[in-house]
Design a protein around this ligand. Structure first.
Ligand code: C2E
Ligand code: MG
Ligand code: MG
Length: 613
């Protein structure tokens, strides 16, 4: 029997071979599997890395100890650190600005203790620190991986400097005046609201000032807009120098400024500031080689004493400022309830005035103008009257300035013109083919672009009467304002044969060279000179001089406001051409004026020269 132990066992060695080769195969398979898995993982990793690196956001990873564990290229780009330099460094020593580090530590600690963090999984805007030390705004979203295997924060960070800059530019444009860099109306209103709230909290008052430059338009027109701009910049500087840092100077528009004085109680405290502001502006402005002098008017109101409402406060300050202007400019004025009453009355009048034409509340009165050489009524002045439904007869001295201010004068003036030439046409037919009606015009009618004046010529044509049937009265000021538009209009009138009279002569510039230049037909000597003729030697001499001079220039003279027989006599002696005044007649409605013309006709026939009103 063979010793099986010592005999080679062919069967078992074959088995071993099989097992070995099976093992080898398994190892191989495992190796392949492993290799494949490795390749897959590698591929995934490469993909992830590519994703990580190609992100337009900076991706920063951090472990729970605050060390940086991940840092992509974009992070390197916006923070200035390469991955090699920053990995393993603490985040709070590198990209968090110093002033936020304590807060960061506190937040981390809280998260580790409680698992809560308000900044997780939302988009927040914060500031980050560049390697070179400058801070910049970023948008960040932060997530956390908190498992037994991985404990990591992931931050997606985007540099939003450009967007923030654009937002700032837009905000500045919306809130600041680009010329003076002062807050504009928008920001002024925000600040006013803010100041009012802080007054409420602290139980204090504030003063609101409106400051408007006097005659700035003239300065601007004469110096040119560039100089005007320089002037405004300098004005803004001076205003800011007078007030305290906490006060807000704003520019609302053109030459309109506001000042909010916080924490101020009464007029006593504001008065010296107003005076200082006026004084600061009264110093001459040196612009290139020009020295410019300027004044301003200021209106002041108090919160909460005068009003608690932001709109009323603005209106109050505006009214007070206008009152300062009306009192002669270069002064300040405090808001009072009477001012408000006055303004309310005015606002009502504006509303009423708008309705007056359509509701036929206007009537023209006529006052005769006497030819002193012939003792004959050859002209009349058309004087507007307003029959107000509640207030009765309102004087033109009251409503004309308001009509001028609101631009309503153009429509009213055209109405007067049309009604007056109708009458002129009738009276030329009935009484005297040379009869002429004198019509008052306001400067605004000549300046206003949309003025209906250009239609006046067509209206004369429509009635088939000559321009000689009318003369228009203008003020001296209009001639001084020799803008092309006005000069051309005056020439148009001349071409239409309409005559031109200077009203209230002697109260303005009284410049004779202008009269000559514009070929003026009549001077109306202002009634203030005629009134004093009886006893004022100066006025006597002045009237005589005006008459003599006008004669030399070929201009006819009309004396206004003749009330006494003595004035009538003196004017005749001086050779004055025409007289107008209560001595001859007050202004009267058209039907009465016709009776008056009849009487004058009869007087002429009976040879009487003595007239009474
Ligand atoms: P004005 O053009 O200087 O008119 C003369 C004013 O003196 C008139 O006042 C007239 O009634 C008044 N008056 C006439 N004679 C005498 C007199 O002997 N003594 C005194 N104390 N006054 C006399 P009225 O009618 O109140 O008109 C005032 C001003 O209103 C006018 O001054 C004129 O500037 C303006 N106005 C009147 N109607 C119109 C109009 O239709 N358009 C424009 N734009 N202004 C007008
Ligand atoms: Mg007049
Ligand atoms: Mg007059």
């Amino acid at each position: 029997m063979p010793d099986t132990d010592s005999m080679p066992d062919t069967d078992s060695s074959a088995e071993e071979d099989v097992e070995k080769s099976l093992l080898e195969a398994r190892v191989k398979a495992l190796e392949t599997d492993l290799r494949q898995k490795k390749e897959i993982i590698l591929a995934q990793h490469t993909k992830l890395e590519a994703f990580f690196e190609s992100s337009i956001d900076a991706l920063v990873q951090m472990d729970f100890d605050g060390h940086i564990t991940g840092w992509n290229q974009q992070a390197a780009k916006i923070f200035g650190w390469s991955a090699d330099e920053i990995l393993d460094q603490r985040i709070e020593d590198t990209i968090i600005p110093v002033r936020y580090r304590a807060a960061h530590r506190k937040g981390m600690k809280r998260y580790l203790e409680t698992g809560e963090a308000s900044v997780l999984n939302t988009l927040i805007e914060i500031h980050a620190l560049h390697r070179n030390g400058h801070e910049f705004p970023v948008e960040m979203s932060l997530s956390v991986l908190d498992s037994p295997d991985v404990q990591e924060f992931n931050a997606y960070i985007r540099d939003i400097s450009e967007r923030k800059h654009a937002e700032t530019v837009i905000w500045n444009q919306a809130n600041f005046d680009s010329l003076t860099s002062l807050p504009n109306r928008n920001l002024f209103l925000q600040k006013l609201e803010h100041e009012i709230r802080s007054c409420d909290r602290s139980n204090q008052s504030l003063a609101l000032m409106y400051l408007d430059l006097d005659r700035f338009k003239d300065v601007n027109d004469s110096l040119g807009h560039e100089m005007g701009d320089l002037l405004l910049i300098e004005i803004a500087n001076r205003l800011q120098k007078v007030v305290r840092e906490i006060d807000t100077v704003s520019r609302l528009s053109g030459d309109e400024f506001t000042i909010i004085l916080g924490n101020i109680d009464d007029q006593l405290a504001v008065q010296p500031i107003c005076q200082e502001l006026l004084d600061a502006l009264a110093q001459p402005f040196q612009l290139d080689n020009e020295k410019v002098f300027l004044t301003a008017s200021i209106g002041v109101t108090f919160y909460p004493q005068d009003s608690k409402d932001i709109e009323s406060l603005q209106r109050n300050a505006d009214q007070a400022m206008y009152a300062a202007k009306a009192e002669g400019s270069n002064r300040f004025n405090f808001f009072t309830p009477e001012l408000q009453q006055r303004a309310l009355r005015k606002r009502k009048m504006i509303g009423d005035l708008r309705k007056a034409i359509n509701e036929e509340q206007f009537e023209i009165y006529y006052q005769p103008i006497i030819d002193l050489h012939q003792d004959k009524v050859t002209k009349a002045e058309a004087l507007l009257r307003w029959h107000h439904p509640e207030s009765g007869l309102v004087s033109p001295a009251v409503f004309i300035p308001i009509a001028e201010e609101t631009g309503l004068i153009s429509e009213i003036g055209s109405w007067v013109f049309y009604k007056a030439i109708e009458k002129a046409s009738q009276w030329r037919e009935r009484y005297n083919p040379d009869f002429q009606i004198s019509i008052n015009t306001s400067p605004t009618q000549w300046i206003d672009e949309a003025a209906a004046m250009s239609q006046w010529f067509a209206q004369l044509d429509e009635l088939g009467i000559s321009g000689q049937a009318v003369s228009v009265e203008i003020t001296e000021g209009l001639l001084m304002d020799a803008r092309d538009k006005i000069t051309n209009r005056l020439l148009d009138f001349r071409e239409a044969e309409i005559q031109i009279a200077i009203d209230d002569f002697g109260t303005g510039y009284s410049s004779l060279s202008y009269l000559k230049q514009f070929d003026i037909d009549y001077l109306k000597i202002d009634q203030s000179f005629i009134r004093n003729l009886d006893y004022e030697q100066n006025d006597l001499a002045l009237c005589e001089a005006i008459i003599v001079m006008a004669k030399k220039l070929g201009i006819k003279v009309i004396a206004e406001g003749v009330e006494t027989e003595n004035q009538n006599r003196l004017l005749k002696e001086f050779g004055c051409d025409f007289g107008q005044g209560y001595l001859y007649s007050r202004p009267v409605p058209a039907p009465e004026f016709e009776i008056l013309l009849d009487e004058w006709d009869q007087k002429e026939e009976s040879g009487s020269t003595q007239v009474t009103a």
